[in-house]
Design a protein around this ligand. Structure first.
Ligand SMILES: *Cc1c(COP(=O)(O)O)cnc(C)c1O
Length: 383
């Protein structure tokens, strides 16, 4: 059947109809007063979403562009940085940092486990000479469905006093609480095709005062992603280069939806979707990849032992038009991931779990009876 595909992947995520329709207009001139009004409104909305009074800058790039901007604007070649890595996106932070000649020390954890804040504390406390310039981590590690304890790690960064905290919040912003100012997060990167409920193409960097101070002395090369230019122009509700105007229409519409729902409701919804999904998977006798308490609010990874993860994904797609994500790198073929980020409702979870049960039945899986997953999810959704 045409037009039935349901995206249950962690990006691109589903886009609400009002957001799609907002984009179906001619682009307007990006130096016009009308565009400046949109720029003013979305900048205001982005600050609300980030819970910050400081800058949130908008880039025409995918999330990785925001990550790169977060490095090159605030650091210099040879700078010592601690990079947390427990998955594909933590690895990406290390790759970007190495590409720009930073002295990278990776603090890793096994894929599927959260980073250990105590290791960060040890390394930061031992640095009495204050040579560590930044701690760089991924909040929600999309590749494994694990949430890292940003709040605790950041507390140790604050106790260090010198190092910046640079965070990838691509699948945590708009899914769980990331109070940028309250926690004093210096650089926060995110992308449009995740919690924002808009198509790929925009990314965002929140920058605090301490990071701007570092910007003054940072010497890594930059041009298109020179955030100083974006800050200067944002003050005039403008952009240094031609922005993807229609994606700004989408951003404006999506932020309106988010503001109508409210931050607390958005966070509660994602928590509920995560809890229902995890309970259903467990009720079906399928092992969860992330331990209890470390599950990402936006994605649940499953590591089936009696059925093939890729067969599950294939049947879910072919018979039920539901797209699940597979494993990345060494987890390819070993796990599947259910995205529940952005424009996702309770009904979507019941649908996905129902289809998963039918899929398991088709594969001759004996670990559970059809209905047990939906029952477990429904119990949580009803609370
Ligand atoms: C999606 C994602 C990114 C950005 O990926 P792009 O393909 O560049 O948009 C970065 N970090 C995490 C955790 C992600 O989920």
């Amino acid at each position: 059947m045409d037009n039935k595909l349901m995206l249950m992947i962690p990006g691109p995520t589903p886009v609400p109809e009002s957001v799609l329709l907002a984009m179906a207009k001619h682009p307007i001139g990006h130096r016009s007063g009308d565009f400046a009004k949109i720029m003013e409104e979305v900048t205001h909305g982005l600050k609300w979403l980030h819970q910050t009074q400081n800058d949130v800058l908008i880039l025409a790039a995918s999330g990785t562009g925001a990550m790169e901007a977060g490095i090159i604007n605030f650091l210099s070649a040879g700078d010592r940085v601690l990079v947390g890595s427990n998955g594909k996106f933590g690895d990406r932070w290390a790759q970007v940092s190495k590409a720009y000649g930073l002295a990278v020390e990776v603090i890793s954890a096994e894929w599927g486990q959260p980073l250990d804040p105590a290791v960060f504390r040890e390394r930061l406390e031992a640095d009495t000479e204050k040579t560590i310039k930044a701690v760089i981590i991924t909040h929600s590690e999309t590749s494994t469905g694990v949430i890292n304890d940003l709040e605790t790690i950041n507390r140790f960064v604050k106790a260090h006093g010198e190092a910046l905290i640079i965070v990838d919040t691509v699948t945590s912003l708009g899914a769980c609480n990331v109070p940028v100012d309250e926690w004093g997060l210096d650089v926060v990167a995110s992308g449009s095709q995740k919690g924002y409920m808009i198509p790929p193409g925009l990314s965002f960097v929140a920058v605090g005062p301490k990071a701007w101070k570092a910007y003054e002395t940072a010497t890594l090369p930059k041009f298109y992603f020179d955030l100083g230019k974006y800050k200067k122009d944002a003050a005039k509700n403008s952009n240094p280069f031609t922005p993807p105007v229609n994606l700004f229409y989408a951003l404006q519409a999506a932020l309106k939806l988010m503001q109508a729902e409210g931050l607390d409701s958005i966070f509660a919804r994602h928590h509920r979707l995560m809890s229902a999904t995890r309970a259903a998977v467990q009720a079906l006798g399928l092992p969860l990849f992330a331990p209890e308490g470390a599950g990402s609010p936006s994605i649940t990874a499953v590591i089936p032992d009696q059925v093939d993860a890729e067969q599950i994904r294939s049947i879910m797609k072919k018979r039920y038009d539901i797209l699940l994500a597979g494993g990345q790198d060494h987890l390819k073929g070993k796990i599947f991931r259910i995205g529940h980020l952005g424009f996702v409702s309770d009904r979507d979870i019941l649908t996905a779990i129902g289809a998963l049960e039918a899929t398991l039945q088709e594969l001759g899986y004996k670990g559970a009876t059809v209905g047990e997953g939906v029952a477990a999810a429904a119990k949580i959704l009803a609370q």
